[in-house]
Ligand binder design. Structure first.
Ligand SMILES: C[S@@+](CC[C@H](N)C(=O)[O-])C[C@H]1O[C@@H](n2cnc3c(N)ncnc32)[C@H](O)[C@@H]1O
Length: 734
């Protein structure tokens, strides 16, 4: 079919149009659509969209969620069945459901859209969002029957209407042959020939394997289930073990870890009961095995792992790590863990260490993370495996990292009741008020996941992550390009509040998150890190915290920066920008002359004066131990410029200044280099400053001072990258 030039993709509307619709769309709530599009037109239009989809290269769009509504909690069988003629615009009744037969192959991109009819033969466009759908393994199958709970008409940007499902749990896919499928839809779609031919478990196993290899994972599960149903009447333990094992593998791929644990416990208990030496062992009981898989520990008191074949043991390890193993001892082989991470995998099999911290209420920042013991500079405070980190195997960061994370979160929460409670305890910015409150036990109910709340929790708590933090330091992205970042989610780390003067730094090695102390932390102290590095200007800084997370920072630096006059603030900014552009121009010219360096040094002194305490204040310096952020960039330039022209004294002066401007006050006394006070603002520039100091002191023959500086640089390198990997090269390179 040749597409008309006027074809407009109404299935993938531009985000701006959707936003405008949300803001300015006329309010038709409660009414019924004035006109409906005919079956022929809907099908023709759908065909045109499918053709466009097949041509590929659809633009990547940002997701726009409509106004929130809670998911239905009613079971389909208890719902009152209604028809398309009964639906109203934007008005849902939580105890209703509608049955649809799917008339076409779905259009699957950021959502799944298809054309459906109800039992009276009326036709509509159906869009299901946030579904774990794929073109090779569609959930909305042509000829299939689905039920939609609490249906209503939703308005489209082009003025039409559709039935839109946002909570995937509001969609029920009925099995072929289910007694809920109306009789008139029953005969079609059931392939009797295939059923007869494939009536034994060997056939279903082969068929399931074929589906698995072609990535039709849900079909594979169906086939293995058919095989197991056959085995219920023709018991063959070896085959049952095999089919449960295969189901377990598919469920892991689909992030259905609870189901995977269920299948594996059946496989292992069957293995035990059919092995004479194990038939009376505790592991012959599936619930014993299931508790072991879910116990978050490496302990194996029933010796299950040593008694089972390797294929089952490997799956057990996979499930236990993915459900989370907790350790009380922070012993990590960091070079080994780092070596696992590469373009094909971000996933690391390591245990989570959170036992030295606890979540407690703070005075004014909601809940926070607190130290249960003292930590020294550089010490590991906690280490945590990701709850979700998408992007495995593609080698590149996604263009919509937030949307990808959201989709995977919904999938993981939907299928794993055992993981839901912890997630929904996280902050959602106030959404869980009133009507949206979760069930008493903290669980959202069987498979019920509120996607709007999930998205808010994602937004307030997710992290932007590089493949490894070391990659940002050892091979930084070229200037003005974005590093390859994904969006990931770590539950315990989500409780850490922000401070511009933090006492910890977060780093990532694949899907492991590490938090290390940037200064000594006392038992009982709150742990903080920087959500983003603070802007020089206090107003810009607070605007980012307000916009991103809904708070204003009240750390010491923000209080002091916030107390200076508007005029002084603007003057600092003006001079900083002036210096920055001077430095930029020098960079363009290449070689830097001593005269040019001195000019920048003069500019820095003038800027420094703007941080000096007013004489009227009796000389008290509010910035005495605080960072002076506007001075960082010029002092870094000067430290490097003096180093470039091999002026040792000046290199020491400006590298020391650079540390000072980060709020790290150092001293040289009795031949030793010492940190007197540290704001916690440790970063790669600070490590560079220590490296320059090491070189300069070495050149001066001050061996002990050089030793002190390089020792500290090593500690800081581990703090900012998470591990020693790449340290030697970084510290020894020019
Ligand atoms: C990642 S969560 C941290 C845990 C959160 N306090 C809680 O109770 O769940 C981020 C939220 O914590 C609060 N928060 C974090 N840092 C803060 C700060 N410095 N001042 C005030 N609120 C802060 C904000 O409400 C922010 O949206």
């Amino acid at each position: 079919m040749i597409l008309p030039k006027t074809f407009r993709n109404t299935y993938e509307e531009a985000p701006e149009r959707l936003q405008a619709l949300l803001k300015n769309g006329k309010n038709e709530t409660g009414s019924k659509p004035s006109a409906r599009i005919s079956r022929a037109t809907l099908l023709r239009d759908h065909e045109a969209h499918l053709q466009r989809l097949a041509e590929g290269n659809l633009p990547v769009k940002n997701m726009i969620l409509p106004l929130p509504y809670p998911p239905a909690r009613i079971k389909f069988n208890d719902a009152r069945c209604i028809l398309l003629d009964d639906l109203k615009i934007n008005e849902r009744s939580r105890n209703t459901a509608i049955l649809f037969r799917i008339l076409t192959a779905p259009y699957i991109h950021s959502a799944s859209t298809t054309i459906v009819e109800d039992v009276s033969g009326n036709v509509a466009r159906l869009t299901v969002c946030n579904l774990e759908d794929s073109i090779v393994d569609p959930i909305l199958l042509e000829g299939g029957v689905v039920a939609v709970k609490q249906p209503c008409w939703s308005v489209l940007a082009d003025g039409g209407y559709q039935v839109r499902v946002d909570h995937p749990c509001d969609l029920v896919v009925l099995d072929e042959g289910s007694e809920d499928v109306p009789e008139e839809w029953m005969a079609e779609g059931v392939d009797e020939g295939q059923k007869e031919e494939g009536s034994d478990s060997g056939y279903w196993k082969k068929e399931g394997d074929r589906m698995f290899l072609t990535k039709k994972f849900r079909r594979a599960l169906d086939c293995y289930n058919h095989g197991l149903a056959y085995l219920a009447t023709h018991p063959t333990p070896a085959l049952s073990i095999d089919l449960h094992r295969k189901k377990c593998g598919v469920n892991i791929v689909l992030l259905r870890l609870d189901d995977a644990a269920h299948d594996l416990s059946l496989a292992i208990s069957l293995h035990a009961s059919s092995t004479p030496s194990l038939s009376t062992a505790p592991m012959a009981n599936p619930s014993t095995v299931k508790s072991w898989l879910h116990n978050h520990s490496t302990a194996d008191p029933d010796d299950i792992a040593p008694s089972i074949p390797k294929s089952l043991k490997d799956l057990a390890a996979r499930i236990k790590f993915d459900l989370g193993i907790y350790t009380e001892t922070p012993n990590y082989d960091l070079p080994l863990i780092s070596s696992y991470v590469g373009p094909l995998t971000l996933h690391v099999d390591a245990a989570t260490y959170i036992s030295s911290t606890s979540v407690q209420p703070t005075q004014s920042h909601g809940r926070g993370l607190f130290a249960s013991r003292a930590f020294e500079v550089g010490e590991l405070i906690c280490a945590e495996k990701a709850f979700v980190l998408p992007g495995l195997g593609d080698g590149t960061a996604a263009p919509r990292p937030g949307a990808l994370l959201f989709k995977e979160l919904v999938q993981k929460l939907r299928w794993n009741g055992s993981l839901r409670r912890e997630f929904f305890e996280l902050g959602d910015g106030g959404y869980a008020m009133g009507e949206y409150e979760e069930d008493e036990d903290g669980d959202e109910g069987e498979g019920v996941v509120d996607v709007f709340r999930t998205e808010l929790i994602r937004r307030y708590n997710c992290f932007s992550v590089p493949p490894t933090s070391a990659s940002l330091v050892t091979s930084p992205p070229p200037p003005n390009s974005n590093p390859e970042l994904r969006n990931g989610f770590w539950i315990h780390a989500s409780y850490v509040n922000h401070s511009c003067l933090p006492n910890s730094i977060r780093t990532f090695i694949g899907d492991m998150h590490f938090l290390r102390a940037t200064r000594a932390i006392a038992k009982g102290e709150e742990i903080t890190h920087q959500y983003i590095s603070p802007d020089i200007d206090i107003e810009e800084r607070q605007e980012k915290y307000r916009g991103g997370w809904g708070f204003e920072c009240d750390c010491k630096l923000c209080v002091v920066d916030g107390s200076i006059s508007e005029e002084a603030r603007k003057e600092r900014e003006r001079r900083f920008e002036g210096l920055r552009s001077m430095v930029g121009k020098l960079g363009e010219r290449g070689a830097t002359t001593i005269t040019a360096i001195k000019k920048i040094a003069r500019g820095l002194r003038e800027l420094e004066a703007l941080y000096s305490p007013p004489a009227t204040d009796g000389g008290a310096d509010p910035y005495a131990e605080l960072p002076r952020l506007a001075l960082v960039h010029p002092s870094l330039f000067l430290a490097e410029a003096w180093r470039g022209v091999k002026n040792t004294e000046r290199t020491i002066e400006y590298a020391t200044k650079l540390l000072r401007n980060f709020g790290i006050v150092t001293s040289v006394k009795g031949g030793r280099f010492k940190v007197e006070s540290c704001s916690g603002l440790i970063n790669v520039e600070g490590v560079r400053a220590l490296k320059y100091l090491t070189e300069a002191y070495t050149l001066k023959g001050e061996g002990q001072l050089a030793e002190d500086c390089i020792g500290l640089a090593r500690v800081w390198y581990v703090i900012i990258t998470g591990a020693e990997v790449g340290m030697q090269d970084f510290l020894s390179s020019r």
